[in-house]
Design a protein around this ligand. Sequence first.
Ligand code: FA5
Length: 339
Amino acid sequence: MQEEIKRLEKEAQEAIGSAKDTGALEAIRVKYFGKKGVLTALLRSMGALPTGERPKVGQMVNETSQRLEGLLENRLAIFQKAEKQQRLAEEAIDITIPAREMRLGRLHPLTLVYQTTRDIFLGMGFEVREGPEVEWEKYNFEMLNIPENHPSRDMQDTFYITDKILLRTHTSPVQVRTMLAQKPPIRMICPGRVYRVDEVDATHSPMFHQIEGLVVDKGITMGDLKGVLDVFAKALFGPATRTRFRASYFPFTEPSAEMDVSCSVCGGEGCRVCKGTGFIEIMGAGMVHTSVLQGCGIDPRVYSGFAFGMGLDRMANMKYGIADIRLLYENDIRFLEQF
Ligand code: FA5
């Protein structure tokens, strides 16, 4: 028995000496001192020894255990220290590196003008609607009184996806979608992107933004149209703003008009932004054509309405004195930071 204890001690000492980490030490501890450990088993088997030998062997086992435990603890302390140091080295943060500069983003001028415009119309009881940019030719043209071969299809030539589906040339198809979906009273605006095969210059872009407006109810007149749009222009561009309505033509409104506003950059004197005229055209408008109402299932003998479609990009240019529409799309930080 005593020989066996000595052999075990030697074996355990060697194992502790060659352990590589805390995990290996823990395995050794379990092997010798665990519930089913070798030394534990030895203590339990002492009952089989002659009574006279028991104290001696018991003392030997205890002393061996103490020595081995001491050895284990020493090695464990060494490993723990080394492992802690390695972890600290791996997780080190260099607190001397200067902090990264936080750059605050800004809203794009088009977003700013849209949000202001939306809030003005919400204040007048309008709702905001949306429509698809990829649109049926039927809604973009046909139901707006623009049949196939109508010359105004040429003026708004666009990108066709199929014969019947195209990128919308204006937000007016949302008028049709709204009237088909809802009975009057209707008071809505609809913002969105539109597409045309227009040559790019200071005031034209092949992709630009419009905000459509539609009011349909009993007794709506051209006076309502002029009043609402005049209030809107003064709220957006300032109380000194003057508006001007020129007779125009759109197949889906009768009568039709273009609305100009006095240039807020020069106050109407004439400058680069208004090309010296003192006024800038910002939208087309008019009384909803009776056949458009009828086509959407609304009785023109009972209801009338007005509609408008404004060019958001040109409004942003005027509001902020931007002379060229292209600046809105170049994503030049030096330009965008000014708003
Ligand atoms: C229309 O698109 C009509 N749908 C507007 C309308 C709606 C009339 C409801 C009556 C009733 P127009 O093609 O004129 O109309 O365009 C409206 C506005 O979009 C213009 O006043 C202008 O501000 C802007 N616009 C037109 N083409 C461009 C372009 N290529 N780039 C930037 N803005 C443009």
